[in-house]
Design a binder for this molecule. Structure first.
Ligand SMILES: [Zn+2]
Length: 431
């Protein structure tokens, strides 16, 4: 019997080379050199990089592609963005949110991004975003894993119906418990919100992912409470702190205590480099803080870390294109991760590490995993981050669901015709 698909002569992110990947009934059934079986479809990777799909562990699908509605963010600040979102919310309709979210999912698939954890604002009493994204989750389930987080944007306690609406959203089928402790009215309220939300997650067997300490305030320390509650309630491995930007500004002595506490508790960290680098440090003159959390130090202490994209063309961020390699590249630069192993890790931060943190089942390039993968026009993970190359084939459950043409340019300079591929400028044999 012929297999469904064989991808031949792949190079994997972990540096295995010349690998054939056989797929049958949606799963990887063999991964070895020179598979002799026949297949209905064969793709020759030609020694190029085949990676598991990109995973975005932090996004806002209810706001994406809404840039300019009802007006543009003139200052580019977080506060004007939040004000703008407040103006947009009453105007939202389920149809418009669904249309924008579906368009974004199309773009994501074309970029090889096949799993997204999206926060959804639950502070609008109509729960328009929740209704819309539950619909989108069902519509895209055949080709994209969409996880939803109940996110009380205006504060769990601070907004009038935050407590009730978050419960309603979970009852409607939202997967993960969110929070925003630094936005509550007081530090005490913030800590109380972390406690209450973790208790809800424990009761429901849900995961937790909070916007936590997304400030430049060195005293914003809700991550400490999140770690303590994770430990108290036995939630290890199911809790993520998103952003954690205050950690950038914290006292070094305090951080030396905090990092082991996070590792012991089993809390993961999700940094959002594109957004952190433009939103944080806005009150600084010079030196101006970068704002991204302490990625190398978290990793060194054994805390799982991933990179998310957070926003694309919405009230907070006017750029972006669902390209997790752009996110990895920015994270690499902001955290100064230019060592060889560090650069390779930046690729993991938008693939395997992100998948592990959000708890994706059957993810990875191993026998028995889902037959989900991306063929890139690059020799290795580091070159992929450098070039952000075309996704030549995007494969889901053993079927090609998106394809792109190879990229090259033709030059005619001083009578020297040449075909130019940016990959020609890489070291021989790749990295
Ligand atoms: Zn966010």
């Amino acid at each position: 019997m012929a297999l469904d698909l064989i991808v031949r002569n792949a190079r994997l992110p972990d540096l295995r080379q010349g690998v054939d990947i056989a797929c049958q009934a949606g799963r990887i059934v063999a991964l070895e050199h020179a598979i002799t079986a026949e297949a209905a479809r064969v793709i020759d990777a030609g020694g190029r990089l085949v990676a598991p799909p990109f995973v975005d562990p932090h996004f806002h699908l209810d706001a994406t592609l809404s840039m300019g509605i009802p007006r543009l963010n003139r200052s580019g600040t977080l506060l004007e963005g939040i004000a703008l979102w407040g103006e947009l919310k009453p105007l939202l309709t389920p149809e418009a949110v669904i249309e924008r979210a579906m368009r974004y999912c199309d773009l994501a698939v074309a970029q090889g991004l096949l799993a997204i954890r999206s926060h959804v604002d639950v502070c609008d009493d109509r729960l328009v975003g929740v209704e819309a994204l539950l619909d989108v989750r069902a519509r895209v389930s055949g080709y994209l894993d969409l996880q939803l987080v109940a996110f009380p944007q205006d504060g769990y306690f601070r907004s009038p119906n935050g407590v009730a609406n978050l419960k309603r959203a979970l009852d409607m089928g939202v997967d993960v418990v969110g929070g925003i402790p630094h936005f509550e009215a007081t530090m005490a309220d913030g800590a109380a919100s972390v406690k209450a939300l973790c208790e809800i997650a424990a009761e429901r067997g849900a995961r937790v992912d909070m916007h936590c300490d997304e400030t430049d305030d060195p005293q914003s320390r809700h991550i400490e409470t999140l770690a303590a509650e994770t430990r108290r309630l036995g939630l290890a491995g199911r809790v993520a702190g998103s952003h954690l930007t205050s950690m950038h500004s914290m006292d070094n002595y305090y951080v030396s205590k905090l990092l082991p506490l996070m590792a012991e508790a089993g809390v993961a960290a999700i940094a959002n480099p594109l957004i952190n680098i433009v939103i944080q440090g806005r009150h600084d003159t010079y030196p101006k803080r970068r704002g991204m959390t302490r990625v190398p130090e978290l990793r060194a202490h054994g805390v799982p870390v991933a990179f998310g994209s957070d926003c694309v063309m919405d009230p907070w961020y006017p750029l972006g294109q669902a390209d997790m390699l752009e996110v990895a590249a920015m994270g690499l630069h902001v955290a100064q991760l230019t060592g060889l192993e560090d650069m390779r890790w930046c690729f993991d931060a938008v693939t395997t590490e992100a998948a592990r943190i959000i708890g994706l089942e059957g993810y990875g390039l191993e026998v028995g995993c889902h037959a989900d993968m991306v063929l890139l026009q690059a020799r290795d993970a580091i070159e992929a981050i450098r070039l952000k190359p075309p996704r030549l084939a995007v494969i889901r459950r053993g079927k090609v669901i998106a394809e792109a043409a190879e990229r090259s340019s033709r030059l005619a300079l001083d009578g020297r015709p040449a075909r130019l591929d940016p990959a020609d400028y890489a070291p021989p044999g790749g990295l």
